[in-house]
Design a binder for this molecule. Structure first.
Ligand code: SAJ
Length: 422
């Protein structure tokens, strides 16, 4: 049985380790974060992801998965570390460099190294290959190297790891073939073989496509408000066309992927990537636009109070990396608007003005603003929500509330991108 060492036990590394462990491999996961390792060793999760805890405990109890802060000797190394962005919008590849360096003493002849982290095209060739040369093994003959970008959606990772198609790009034919064989152990979708640089390119263009599409939807939302149109209705009707698929507008684009990866492409060719950069700027402007709308709606009120609902970057997850809600809060602070913020998926207090309960956030509020499409929000009873509030105004930036229900309870109902009935 082959042994796999996974470097980085975050949103991708941990679920992927578990999948390998459940499909015939002996897996050791390493993470430099001692707190993460301490939690995992106690069989507790440091991230929220449906179905993960049970599978992890099972894999650990069967002796198929171990974790520690150090790599171990293995036949296959899978690197799944973060690739954050610097202040000047360039990829910070420090974790990729460090992760690759950390395995050099453990790699032996015949091993396979796979990078799963999203990176600017050419990272495998220009950053990893030179580091792995320090093993004195000939790449492509004695040591194999490939990129297989993770493409799963948080909230549905376990399913998508199995059912999505997978892209595998080797630095040579054998590397690609070996990596493909590994993923065949659990991937039910098609595994497409290419070279490493194309695989890197595929991953960033997928997320860039989504970012540009969302920027278009956000632009349409702003235009619709000026025209007395409901953008959600217009997009829904346009999408009935067999060749149109416009995404959804909202208060901004967050997360560790869509809000970051387009810059990985833009940094390679700044002059040739104006459309990509403009989409980023458009999406980054949405939190401010949302706060301007809040301010405008409340302009008649004396010292109005706002209940912001939703802190995570998207619905039904607890991840608040690059969350538009954080930017909304910043702009609310700048404009001296009073607010509290509540998120049913984030129980511990992580930011100022955050409340532990919905009631605390709603107390004396003049307006409730939906920033994230958590399923809980669509189930709220308007009569209950209205009880604690001072004035009954609700502003839905995600189109996840039933307008009629809220209006029937006496709410003034406002939706982002919709001035049709106002
Ligand atoms: N959003 C919108 N409108 C939409 C869709 C999303 O405003 O129509 C917002 C969300 O609210 C959120 C942000 O965009 O703030 C990103 O959310 P997401 O659901 O689009 O994507 P992520 O970041 O959770 O996952 C993406 C996925 N990429 C694609 O769908 C092309 C996932 O498959 C990738 O694996 C992941 O990035 C990644 O790790 O790169």
């Amino acid at each position: 049985m082959s042994k796999i060492c996974v470097i980085g036990l975050g949103y991708i590394g941990l679920p992927t380790s578990i999948m390998f462990a459940k499909h015939g491999y002996e897996v050791h996961g390493m993470d430099v974060n001692e707190n993460v390792i301490a939690m995992l060793q106690q069989k507790k999760l440091h991230i929220e992801e449906p179905g993960l805890l049970y599978s992890m405990i099972e894999a650990m109890d069967e002796g198929k998965l171990t974790v520690s802060t150090e790599p171990v000797k293995a036949d296959i190394f899978v690197i799944a570390v973060p690739t954050p962005i610097t202040d000047d919008k360039r990829a910070n590849l420090e974790y990729v460099r460090e992760g690759t360096k950390s395995i050099v003493p453990y790699v032996k002849k015949g091993d396979l190294v796979i990078l799963e982290s999203t990176v600017p095209p050419r990272t495998v060739e220009d950053v990893m290959r030179p580091i792995l040369k320090e093993t004195n093994l000939v790449l492509g003959e004695e040591l194999y190297l490939a990129h297989s970008p993770e493409r799963v959606i948080p909230g549905n990772i376990i399913n998508e790891l199995q059912s999505n198609d997978r892209i595998v790009g080797g630095i040579d034919e054998t590397s690609g073939r070996l990596a493909k064989k590994l993923y065949e152990s659990f991937v039910q979708g098609t595994i497409h073989l290419t070279d490493a640089t194309t695989a890197e390119m595929v991953k960033v263009i997928e997320n860039t496509f989504r970012d540009i599409n969302i920027a278009f939807a956000n632009e349409l939302a702003v235009i619709s408000e000026a025209l007395g149109v409901n953008v959600w209705e217009a997009i829904k009707l346009a999408n009935y066309h067999p060749r149109v698929n416009i995404h959804k507008p909202g208060p901004g684009v967050g997360g560790h992927c869509i809000a970051i990866d387009p810059w990985f492409l833009a940094e390679m060719q700044p002059e040739e990537s104006k459309m990509i950069q403009l989409a980023r700027v458009k999406n980054d402007a949405m939190p401010m636009y949302t706060v301007d709308r809040i301010n405008d709606i409340l302009k008649e009120y004396d010292d109005p109070k706002v209940a912001l609902l939703g802190l995570s970057f998207k619905g039904n997850v607890d991840d608040m990396r690059e969350s538009p809600a954080l930017k909304v809060m910043e702009h609310m602070n700048d404009m001296n608007l009073s607010y509290k913020i509540f998120d049913p998926h984030i129980k511990d207090i992580r930011v100022p003005h955050q409340t532990e309960t919905l009631d605390e956030a709603l107390e004396q509020a003049d307006m409730a603003v939906i920033l994230t499409d958590h399923y809980q929000f669509s189930e709220y009873k308007p009569s209950e929500v209205g009880k604690a509030m001072c004035n009954k105004i609700v502003f839905d930036t995600k189109n996840c509330l039933d307008e009629m229900k809220w209006r029937q309870e006496g709410f003034d109902f406002i939706r982002l991108g919709d001035t049709k009935n106002r």
